[in-house]
Design a protein around this ligand. Structure first.
Ligand code: PGA
Length: 250
């Protein structure tokens, strides 16, 4: 049985008080115990939220990004070792917004994942194609090339500790969700490419999340697909009721 996961990606939203309140509401709500809930919050809020989430609430935190070098003169950046030192277990790597606006390459993403694994943390590795590629029907090739540049260079022990998120760029923040069939097709293709390198058993153990306009109204159908093991949720994770409904949609 693969781990079911509902991860909220708050991106650059919420000031301090609103963020604490949102986390508190999610913590207190009755949630499906079998689902691992992860909140990817702005780094500034990781330390203050550690206590809240470690109160037996079955919630974990993720950083939204980390730097690809271990430490040093990188003003404004945050090192994996710093995130690890406050007890955070997860970090998103390669979100399409980071790739697009900050020029992150597969080489950088591989470095980040290696640092995360060395420190005992777990990456949530994102991949996904832009609209033009989807229209050309080349989405599988495009995503496979992404995976080959970083994810599929991990060792077996490392990939087993990695969460994958498929997020078609055309569905992020647009209100347009991939159909459950489109999601399933890509998730199966991703799992197949993992199986081709590490074997079926390893591939079958890896949680692959779908991201891109997940809402309480479409979550159940998406999560019912054989290879969809949960969601990476942006906009709909900013409202406690809505996000809790998504957690409970499995
Ligand atoms: P969205 O964002 O749910 O707002 O589309 C998803 C993401 O970017 O992780």
């Amino acid at each position: 049985m693969r781990q079911k996961i509902a991860a909220g990606n708050w991106k650059m939203n919420k000031n301090y008080n609103d963020a604490m309140e949102l986390a508190q509401l999610i913590t207190e709500a009755p949630r499906n115990e079998g689902v691992l809930t992860i909140l990817a919050v702005p780094s500034l809020y990781l330390a203050p939220l550690q206590e809240l989430t470690h109160s037996g609430a079955n919630i974990d935190l993720a950083a939204q990004n980390c730097h690809h070098e271990a430490i040093g003169a990188y003003t404004g950046e945050i090192a994996v070792s710093m995130i690890e030192s406050i007890g955070v277990q997860y970090c998103i790597v390669g979100h399409s917004e980071r790739r697009e606006y900050f020029g992150e390459t597969e080489d950088m993403l591989l470095k980040k994942m290696l640092l995360l694994h060395q420190s005992g943390m777990k990456p949530i590795y994102c991949c996904g194609e832009p609209l033009a590629i989807r229209k050309e029907g080349k989405h599988k090739e495009y995503v496979l090339t992404q995976l080959q540049g970083s994810l599929l260079k991990l060792t077996e022990a490392q990939i087993k500790r990695t969460i994958v998120a498929y997020e078609p760029i055309w569905a992020i923040g647009t209100g347009e969700t991939a159909s459950s069939a489109q999601a399933q097709e890509m998730h199966a293709a991703i799992r197949e490419s993992i199986a081709a390198v590490y074997g079926q058993e390893v591939a079958d153990g890896i949680s692959i999340l779908y991201g891109g306009s997940v809402k309480s109204s479409n979550a159940n159908e998406l999560f019912m697909q054989a290879d969809v093991d949960g969601g990476l949720v942006g906009g709909a994770s900013l409202e406690a009721d809505e996000f809790v409904k998504i957690i409970n949609a499995f």
